[in-house]
Ligand binder design. Structure first.
Ligand SMILES: Nc1ncnc2c1ncn2[C@@H]1O[C@H](COP(=O)(O)OP(=O)(O)OP(=O)(O)O)[C@@H](O)[C@H]1O
Ligand SMILES: [Mg+2]
Length: 395
C-alpha cells in the first residue's frame, strides 16, 4: 500500500510515528471543534469587533452573543445562528462569564446545553476542548489533577509528574473550562469545585504549591433537568453559579427552523442531499413530537398520553437526518457529490425513525403510539401518506 496519505486502517506493522493519522482527503475529523468549524466567522467577528473585551477574551461580550445568535457584520460577512432562542438568555449567559460567577446551563434533554457551552467556550477563549465529562464515576482527579505514575515512582511528586485536569489548565491559562452533566458527578467530587470557584485556586498539597486562576478563567457547567435528584447540587456550590435555563422551542415554527438548520449542517458534513425548503416532513416530525410531548393536539382539542421518551428537538434532528440518509441511499434522493443536489424526503423515510423515537418502552409506548396514530394521524387532512407509512412500519 506504500506511503499513500489516506491509509484508513493500518495493521500497525512498521510505518511512521503517526501511522493511520495521515492528512489526505477524507481524513478531516468527522466533527471538528466549534473553533475550527467556524474559524472564519470568529476571525471576521474579531476583526469587526471594536468593543471592550474582558481580560484574555478573544471577543467582546457583544461579539460573542452575535456569534451565537447570528447576524450580518458591516463588511457583509454573514454570521450563522448557532442557537435559536431568546436573545436575552444568550446575553445573560455571556455576561455571566465576564463576572466572578460560573455559568450553569440547565434544561430538559436536547435543549442545546452542550452545544451552547461548546460555542461559548470557542468564542470566548478560542478553545472548547477543556472539558470534563461528568459521570457517576468521575473521580476528583478529573477536576483537580492526577499523576503520571511512572514519573511519580521514579522521581517522586514533582511538577513533571503532575497531570493537570482541564479545569487546572483553564485556570492557569485564563480560559473557559467546561463540565458536562454536573449533577451526575457524586456530591463529594462536585464539592471540589467550591474552592476553585470561590477562592479561584487549586491547592497541590503534595508539592506545597497551588495553581491560582488568572483573569479570563471561568467555568460553564451543564445539567439535565431530568437528572434532578440523582445528585442534587449542594447549595454551597449552587451559589457559585448563575443558572440559565434553556427552554424548549416556544413555537412549532421555531422548532422547525432549528431542525431544518441543523439537518442541513449535519447533512453537509455527511454529503447528504440538501433538504428542499419548507419540506413537509420536517413540519410533520416536529408536530408529532410536540403533540406527544405536550399531551395535547396542536389545535388544543384532543388530550393525548405522552410516551416515556423525551422527544426532544435533538431527537427530531436525528429522525430527519436518518430519513434523509434513507432517501439518499434507497429512495429517489441523490447524494450530494460535488455539487448540491436537492433531495426528496417522503413520509416513508421518516416513519421508522419516529417509531423508534416514540416507542422506547415496547409495551406502554406502543399503546400510546397506536392510539395517536388511529385517533389523530388517521383523521388529519393531508396526512394520509404519513398514516400509511406509519402503519406499514408499526406492524
Ligand atoms: N434552540 C436551539 N438552537 C439551536 N440548536 C438546537 C436548539 N435546540 C436543540 N438544538 C440542537 O440539538 C442538538 C442537541 O443539543 P445538545 O446535545 O446540546 O443538547 P443537551 O441539552 O446537551 O442534551 P442532553 O441533556 O441530552 O445532554 C444540537 O445539535 C443542537 O444544535
Ligand atoms: Mg448535553
Amino acid at each position: 500500500m506504500g506511503a499513500g496519505a489516506n491509509v484508513g486502517v493500518d495493521t500497525g506493522a512498521g510505518a511512521g510515528a503517526d501511522a493511520g493519522v495521515g492528512a489526505g482527503a477524507g481524513d478531516e475529523p468527522l466533527r471538528p471543534h466549534a473553533e475550527v468549524a467556524f474559524a472564519d466567522e470568529l476571525k471576521a467577528l474579531a476583526a469587526a469587533d471594536d468593543r471592550p473585551r474582558p481580560v484574555r477574551w478573544r471577543l467582546s461580550p457583544w461579539a460573542v452573543a452575535t456569534y451565537l445568535l447570528g447576524g450580518v457584520l458591516p463588511d457583509g460577512t454573514v454570521i450563522t445562528p448557532k442557537y435559536v432562542g431568546p436573545r436575552r438568555i444568550v446575553e445573560v449567559a455571556v455576561t455571566t462569564l465576564a463576572t466572578d460567577r460560573a455559568l450553569l446551563l440547565l434544561g430538559v434533554p436536547g435543549t442545546a446545553k452542550t452545544w451552547v457551552s461548546e460555542h461559548l467556550a470557542a468564542a470566548v477563549s478560542g478553545d472548547s476542548t477543556l472539558l470534563v465529562q461528568g459521570t457517576a464515576g468521575t473521580p476528583e482527579e478529573a477536576i483537580r489533577y492526577g499523576w503520571n505514575y511512572a514519573q511519580l515512582l521514579a522521581h517522586g511528586p514533582s511538577r513533571d509528574a503532575l497531570v493537570p485536569s482541564p479545569v487546572m489548565r483553564a485556570m492557569a491559562g485564563g480560559l473557559t473550562a467546561r463540565v458536562e452533566e454536573l449533577t451526575r458527578i457524586p456530591a463529594d467530587v462536585q464539592d471540589t469545585l467550591i474552592t476553585v470557584l470561590s477562592e479561584k485556586t487549586l491547592p497541590i498539597p503534595e508539592l506545597g504549591h497551588e495553581v491560582q486562576a488568572v483573569g479570563g478563567f471561568n467555568l460553564i457547567a451543564t445539567a439535565n433537568d431530568r437528572d434532578r435528584g440523582v445528585n442534587e447540587l449542594s447549595s454551597a456550590l449552587r451559589r457559585r453559579f448563575n443558572t440559565v435555563v434553556l427552554p424548549l422551542p416556544a413555537t412549532p415554527e421555531a422548532e422547525v427552523d432549528i431542525v431544518a438548520r441543523r439537518v442541513d449542517q449535519i447533512g453537509r458534513s455527511l454529503a447528504l442531499p440538501a433538504v428542499p425548503e419548507g419540506v413537509d416532513e420536517i413540519r410533520r416530525v416536529v408536530t408529532v413530537f410536540r403533540e406527544l410531548r405536550d399531551g395535547l393536539t396542536a389545535d388544543g382539542r384532543t388530550k393525548l398520553k405522552s410516551p416515556s421518551g423525551t422527544l426532544s428537538t435533538a431527537e427530531a434532528i436525528s429522525v430527519v437526518t436518518g430519513g434523509l440518509a434513507l432517501a439518499a441511499h434507497f429512495g429517489d434522493g441523490t447524494l450530494r457529490a460535488g455539487g448540491v443536489a436537492a433531495g426528496t424526503l417522503r413520509a416513508g423515510d421518516v416513519a421508522a425513525g419516529i417509531l423508534g423515537a416514540v416507542v422506547r418502552d415496547p409495551a406502554a409506548d406502543r399503546v400510546v403510539w397506536q392510539e395517536y396514530l388511529e385517533t389523530v394521524v388517521r383523521e388529519r387532512e393531508g396526512w394520509k401518506d404519513f398514516y400509511r407509512a406509519c402503519r406499514e412500519v408499526s406492524v
